[in-house]
Every structure is written in C-alpha cells, then in structure tokens.
Design a protein around this ligand. Structure first.
Ligand SMILES: NC(=O)c1ccc[n+]([C@@H]2O[C@H](COP(=O)([O-])OP(=O)(O)OC[C@H]3O[C@@H](n4cnc5c(N)ncnc54)[C@H](OP(=O)(O)O)[C@@H]3O)[C@@H](O)[C@H]2O)c1
Length: 305
C-alpha cells in the first residue's frame, strides 16, 4: 500500500516521504480500515509516540496521522461491534502506525459508525478536534449553562469546536487568537474576541473556564483570570500556573464511540460546523502538510479520491 512515513525527528514534516509499505494485519479486537480520508495534527511529529513504542523502542519508519474516516475491510480475531463494509470514523492509537496510508489496523472500540450522509472528508476532520473539545469542556471543565469560557485559538481546529460546543451548552464564549482570526472566531459563535498580539488578555476579567490550546505565557496569564471554583483546562501539557482557587487539568484526548456519535449527529443536524482548510490527495500529502502559507483550518488528506 501507499503510505507517508517519517524517520527523522529533527526534519519534522519536511522529512515525510511517500513510500510503499506492506498492508497491516489485524490483531485481536482490531479492524482493518481502508482509509478514505485522514486528518493530521501539525504538532504530531513532536509527540514521543510518533517515534517510540510503549516500551520506548524506536518504531521508525512510522506512519503518522491519527484521525480517519473509511470502510472496514477485515476483522481481527474476536472483534465485535463493527462489520466488513461498514463506514467508520475514529481515533487511531498514538503508538501504532497511523492513518496517512491506504489501510490501517486499529482497535474497533476506537471507531464509531459514520452515517451515510456524512462525507469521509468531514468524518476525518472530527475525531481529535471534536473529542478534545467534548472531553475538555464536559468532563474535565465541568461546563455548566451560564458559565463564561475563554477559548484560546478559537479559530483553530480544536478551538472552533470548543467555541461551538460551549455555546450549545449555554456558555458565554470569549475567543482569542491572531488579529486575522477575529471574524472566524465570531462566526463560530464567540461573543467577544481578544487579539493576543495587540489586546490585553487581562482586560477579559473573570471567567469560569479557560480552554488553553496555546500554553506558555498565555496559559500562565490565563490562570489569574479564573474565578473561584473555576477550571483551567490545558491540552498542551501541565499549566505553568494554577488558578488561586480552582482546578488546573491537562489531558490527552481518548477515543470514545458514544462521544463520536454525539459529535457526528451535531454535524448532521447543523449544530456543529467543521473547520476544514486544504484537502489534498495522498500523492500530494507531503506538500500539503508542508504549507508555504499560514494554514486556515484543518488539512485533510483524501486518501481515496
Ligand atoms: N492534548 C490533546 O489531547 C490534544 C488534542 C488536540 C490538539 N492538541 C494540541 O493543541 C494544540 C492546538 O491544536 P489545533 O489542532 O487546534 O491547532 P490549530 O488548528 O493550529 O489551532 C491553534 C490556533 O491557535 C492559534 N495560536 C497559537 N499560538 C498563538 C499565539 N501565541 N497567539 C495567538 N494565536 C495563537 C493558532 O494560530 P497560528 O496558526 O497563527 O499560530 C491557531 O489559530 C496543538 O499544540 C496540538 O498538539 C492536544
């Protein structure tokens, strides 16, 4: 099969190569999925799991990409819950070969059915952004109607999902980002926007929840904005500062079939809009994943055109 591989951590996305690889074998409880579309998070090549396995052994050349939509072509020993020919989407294991390939082997429990009226490109854009937003707001952030939520990077892949879900669940959303992202963040449902390069973050006043996708100094300064009993949720590692009278939580997104189904249902009925930027073929994926201009939205690789 055709696949994108990486071998050189220092080279980053520039070191990606399109090669031929053997098709994967299904292990216990796995399915093989013929990948129709794959999502890629630009920071993936900085994650240790791209380079080493769970025992810290070199696993290069590895195939990146952890989001996909496609069709089940085979079941492993003991696999239940999905059938051959079924349309699916989901989140592939961080430590196994990923979805920038024509086929991937992954555990069935990491996948959910993809309804027939949802395009594969849309399906592949949802798992990481959608599940991260869902889990960060509802599980870790303890979001309640009436809360005020500061969403950093509100025009980005995760931030745009956070903004929309927070609004749906009755929150008042203040988005942040670059000056050029103001209108996008407002269009996704933010009521106010803070241009982090030019506005004073501290002018926001108190909020119940901060959803941080940026970290560093922005994360540190955000801790001071959290009201008593509020929460700082970070998806970019432990916060450098904690709220004086609140919680700081950092987490890595987990696969969840029921939550994937909640998310895709919202896309079908118009409550959620995905944030897709470039769409490219697998043959052109290396160039698409090394853009010369600033990305707007998530890059999706359409593996089967
Ligand atoms: N823990 C988890 O489970 C998890 C899950 C998903 C993602 N992540 C991480 O979360 C981060 C965001 O992912 P994503 O897919 O949403 O990325 P993305 O689509 O690039 O969105 C990030 C947004 O934040 C903006 N931004 C970043 N730094 C900024 C700054 N200093 N000032 C103003 N705006 C800034 C970006 O603008 P620019 O492009 O101009 O910088 C972009 O609009 C990544 O680091 C990713 O690895 C973690």
């Amino acid at each position: 099969m055709k696949a994108i591989v990486v071998t050189d951590q220092a080279a980053g996305t520039a070191g990606m190569k399109l090669v031929k690889r053997p098709e994967p074998q299904a292990a216990i409880n796995d399915v093989i999925v013929q990948v129709h579309a794959s999502g890629f998070v630009p920071t993936e090549l900085a994650w240790p799991s791209t380079w080493t396995d769970r025992l810290d052994r070199d696993r290069t050349p590895s195939i990146p990409g952890h989001e996909l939509a496609g069709v089940v072509t085979a079941l492993g020993y003991g696999t239940t819950g999905l059938s051959v020919g079924q349309r699916v989407f989901g989140l592939a294991d961080w430590y196994r070969d990923g979805t920038l390939a024509e086929y991937v082997a992954m555990e069935a429990r990491n996948l959910a059915p993809l309804p027939g009226d949802v395009d594969f490109t849309v399906g592949a854009s949802l798992p990481i952004s959608g599940l991260t937003a869902w889990q960060g707001l509802l599980q870790h952030g303890r979001l309640q109607a009436g809360h005020s939520v500061l969403v950093h990077g509100a025009a980005g892949a995760v931030g745009s999902m956070v903004t929309q879900l927070a609004r749906e669940f009755g929150a008042y959303v203040i988005g942040t980002g670059r000056a050029a992202d103001r209108q996008t963040a407002l269009d996704f449902g933010a009521k106010e926007f803070v241009d982090l390069d030019n506005d004073a973050l501290e002018d926001v006043g108190g909020v119940d929840l901060v959803f941080d996708v940026i970290g560093g100094d922005i994360g540190k300064r955000s801790a001071g904005l959290i009201r008593a009993g509020g929460t700082l949720v970070s998806i970019v590692g432990p916060a450098e500062a904690r709220p004086a009278d609140g919680l700081a939580v950092d987490f890595v997104v987990e696969p969840d079939r029921a939550q994937l189904s909640e998310i895709v249902q919202r896309v079908r009925d118009g409550r959620l809009r995905t944030n897709i930027g470039d769409v490219s073929t697998l043959d052109d994926a290396v160039a698409a994943l090394n853009p010369t201009e600033r990305r707007k939205g998530k890059t999706i690789i359409r593996v089967r055109p």
